[in-house]
Design a protein around this ligand. Structure first.
Ligand SMILES: *Cc1c(COP(=O)(O)O)cnc(C)c1O
Length: 424
């Protein structure tokens, strides 16, 4: 559920007409709904009431400071995968004690920063990382609380590119090596193993593969306890899917929470969740303006001012985003079928093929729905386009929470070496 709907013939975000934002900020731009972010955080918290659960929002889904501050206000922690995300989360007011650090490629400098901040848990993904973390912690006179991220060899996720829990994926410790690595962890001076972690993929609508993975993880955690390890936490990762189009019916947070409660019941584990998409996905849209209609022999291209550099999900994993005109279509309005594309010089710069929309004219504005997660965070400046700005709406007010950089700002980190500017 989200707070984008037609009111008085115009698409609104909460109480704000999106046309007003498009006019004030220019397109393309992202718009986020505070009420939707808050609602999603509350629905998840409500679903897990009665379980000891830390909701560590996955910053990589949408790391805008204002989004993080909104979620911090709801008591969310954070799951981070870099020093940059850790510093963002802290700056937005998320306490270090509610932050977990995931990712296969943590550097010694990132480990030191996280140890100095005093984060809740490192999710360690390899033997090499475990040994380095012990060294870094010992050097700082600290002990790193860790969970090993295990690879349960379970397939799941909306697309092969977002499945992470099969053997052969780069993520996690191979299932058969986990126990030996916990035994090594117990001997390392800078390490205290406190949990087991898993994250099998993203945009998962069916709870069955998650249940299979979590049952394996709980059984492993109990075996580890039997071997003398003080395992208190199960980190179930993120991955819960959302509805991108009519007919999508992903499992709701209530069913997800009930399943986790069943699987972990009676063992006194603290649960850590790392939801990303399910919180931010339907809380954002990308606004664009139609530039041209171009007829080809077998199709009509609708060319927008937004491109794959602004929203890469369709190009990266064939993702579907509903496209709504900001002006509500009238009953009986003519429809037309388009290939919806951007201005980027790449054939993959295509948002949709054969999409039937209410007929669009140059200058009309459109919204890509469900673009709040893995949207702006994956944007780039390809084709020397300025990074897309972001706007946060709260009831009837809005604020630009990342402005569009000027041309000068976009190039200010670059320089032409003197040898190119002085005569030989
Ligand atoms: C990406 C990721 C998440 C969040 O996944 P969603 O599908 O957005 O919920 C959580 N944990 C880890 C380790 C991740 O890599």
């Amino acid at each position: 559920m989200h707070h984008f709907s037609y009111t008085g013939g115009r698409l609104h975000c909460e109480g704000v007409d999106l046309e007003a934002i498009a006019s004030a900020v220019g397109t393309p731009c992202y718009v986020y709904s505070s009420a939707t972010l808050v609602r999603h955080a509350q629905v998840i918290a409500e679903a897990f009431r009665g379980q000891r659960a830390l909701i560590a929002y996955s910053v990589k889904a949408n790391g805008n400071l204002a989004v993080l501050a909104t979620l911090a206000g709801q008591g969310c922690g954070a799951d981070v995968v870099s020093a940059g995300e850790l510093l963002r989360a802290r700056k937005a007011g998320i306490p270090a004690s509610r932050i977990v650090f995931s990712g296969v490629g943590k550097t010694a400098a990132e480990m030191a920063l996280a140890l100095e901040q005093g984060i809740h848990q490192f999710n360690v993904e390899s033997a090499g990382e475990l040994r380095l973390l012990s060294d870094v912690a010992a050097r700082l006179g600290r002990t790193a609380p860790i969970a090993l991220r295990v690879n349960p060899d379970v397939a799941a996720g909306g697309h092969p590119n977002i499945s992470t829990g099969k053997s052969g994926d780069k993520f996690g410790v191979p299932w058969g090596e986990a126990e030996a690595l916990y035994a090594e962890a117990a001997r390392l001076p800078g390490i205290r193993a406190v949990g087991v972690d898993v994250h099998i993929g993203s945009q998962i609508g069916d709870l069955a593969p998650m249940r299979t993975a979590f049952e394996k993880v709980v059984a492993l955690a109990l075996r580890l306890r039997g071997q003398g390890h003080d395992i208190r936490r199960i980190d179930v990762g993120g991955g819960l899917g959302i509805a991108y189009k009519e007919g999508d019916a992903p499992a709701p947070p209530s069913a997800y929470a009930a399943m986790i409660s069943e699987v972990t019941a009676g063992h006194g584990f603290d649960v850590i969740l790392e939801p990303g998409r399910v919180i931010a996905g339907n809380a954002g849209v990308l606004l664009a303006t139609a530039l041209y209609e171009k007829e080809a022999p077998d199709r009509t291209f609708l060319i927008l001012d937004a491109g794959m550099n602004d929203l890469i999900r369709p190009a990266l994993y064939g993702a579907h985003h509903d496209i709504l005109p900001l002006a509500e279509p009238k009953a009986g309005q003519a429809q037309k079928t388009y290939d919806v594309v951007g201005p980027i010089c790449e054939s993959t710069d295509k948002f949709a093929s054969g999409r039937t929309l209410p007929e669009v004219s140059a200058g009309d504005r459109l919204a890509f729905m469900s673009a709040g997660a893995y949207g702006a965070v994956l944007s780039s400046g390809y084709n020397a386009r300025p990074l897309v700005p972001e706007v946060l709406v709260d009831r009837d007010r809005f604020e630009i929470v990342r402005r569009r950089p000027s041309f000068e700002e976009s190039i200010e980190l670059e320089k032409v070496p003197e040898w190119l500017t002085t005569a030989a």
